[in-house]
Design a protein around this ligand. Structure first.
Ligand SMILES: [Zn+2]
Length: 109
């Protein structure tokens, strides 16, 4: 499943998402595109209680997940129980319906 694209430094192996002009570790300019693995680990999360108009839920959980290959990304946590360090499976699902358009994003469950 290709969802997001991350960048791995060809010199030192540093993984960056989103892309930077130069490697944050060694200043290299060459990167290899890599993609998230299916599973990852929850590093941190926050509960958002003030949601924009049009989202018919009381709260949402946003979390930063580190995939098994080192990519870190923010996504919507769909699990009922949330605990730092828990294993999650990534998906690419509708996260919002806005002006008649379905908006997709990273989800974890
Ligand atoms: Zn580097």
């Amino acid at each position: 499943m290709k969802t997001i694209t991350a960048y791995k430094c060809t010199n030192c192996g540093q993984v960056m998402y989103p892309r930077h002009e130069r490697c944050l570790n060694c200043n290299e300019r060459e990167f290899k595109e890599i993609y998230p693995t299916k599973k990852g680990k929850l590093l941190t999360y926050t509960v958002v209680n003030e949601l924009p108009w049009g989202i018919d839920e009381r709260a949402r959980v946003l979390g930063v997940v580190e995939f098994d290959n080192g990519i870190r990304a923010l996504g919507l946590i769909k699990s009922d129980r949330v605990k730092i360090g828990m294993k999650l499976t990534s998906g690419w699902d509708e996260v919002r319906y806005m002006n008649g358009v379905r908006v997709y994003g990273l989800t974890f469950s």
